[in-house]
Design a protein around this ligand. Structure first.
Ligand code: 13P
Length: 250
């Protein structure tokens, strides 16, 4: 099996209805050449998931949530379940983003429970991992990420249902990026870890790179043996930049 690249946008807490015009432009720009090479996914804020799903009907662009609760329903004011995302038209969900790990104190165990919820609801679940700056400086980046993988990925993960996103925390929104060699080393380590635990499924699981991906640096960062796509924050808000990054694959 060859791993089909996934070009994914995480809009974070950005986007009002007016911003759906950028999503429509992404759908319009998802050419036959791009479709032949990569999957497209946009994860808007939860308020826009249903409208976003409608806006890309027939375009082949997937829509996803940015987080979900571990439970399917219940007394959890303000939370959204994986089933609700699915019902609104999502096909994917991101869990364990470093902003949620930091802002909401989400542990690996919490992330794993959310990932299990994503699988239960039939959503392809993107599990995010990544080291902080001081962990990299201490030479612990790979060990930290291995531990996150062990703690955050459900045992039931398969290549079709789980995607891993490696996002070094210090590269998110900063314009800083790891070197090509550092990305290669980390993705190789993630591949080994997945292979040891999941066998062929691990070999076939997509591993995305995220953190300050832009059209200018996309080729260097994502055209590498164990990099199967990008998770894009800021640059996914503009169709031109998102399409510019995706064009690295054609
Ligand atoms: P930036 O592309 O803005 O650095 O964000 C990356 C990210 O966190 C995507 O989930």
């Amino acid at each position: 099996m060859t791993r089909r690249p996934l070009v994914a946008g995480n809009w974070k807490m950005n986007g009002l209805k007016a911003g759906l015009s950028e999503l429509e432009a992404i759908g319009a720009g998802y050419s036959a050449a791009l479709k032949a090479k990569s999957d497209f996914l946009i994860c808007p804020p939860v308020t826009l998931v249903a409208e976003a799903a409608k806006a890309v009907t027939g375009k082949g662009v997937f829509i996803g949530g940015q987080d979900c609760h571990a439970k399917a329903s219940g007394p959890h004011t303000g939370d959204v379940s994986a089933e609700m995302l699915k019902d609104a038209g999502a096909a994917y969900v991101i869990v364990g983003h470093s902003e949620r790990r930091a802002d909401h104190g989400e542990s690996d165990a919490v992330v794993r429970a959310k990932a299990e919820a994503g699988l239960r609801a039939g959503l392809v679940t993107i599990v995010c991992v990544g080291e902080r700056r001081e962990q990299r400086e201490a030479g612990k980046a790979i060990a930290v990420v291995r531990e996150q993988l062990a703690g955050s990925i459900p045992d039931a993960a398969t290549a079709a249902t789980v995607v891993v996103a490696y996002e070094p925390v210090w590269a998110i929104g900063t314009g800083l990026t790891p070197t090509k060699a550092d990305v290669a080393d980390m993705h190789k380590a993630i591949r080994e870890t997945l292979g040891q635990r999941f066998g062929a499924e691990g070999q076939n699981t997509r591993i995305l790179y995220g953190g300050s991906v832009k059209p200018e640096n996309a080729r260097d960062l994502i055209i590498q043996p164990d990099v199967d796509g990008a998770l894009i924050g800021g640059a996914s808000l503009k169709a031109k930049d998102f399409l510019g990054i995706a064009s690295a694959y054609i």
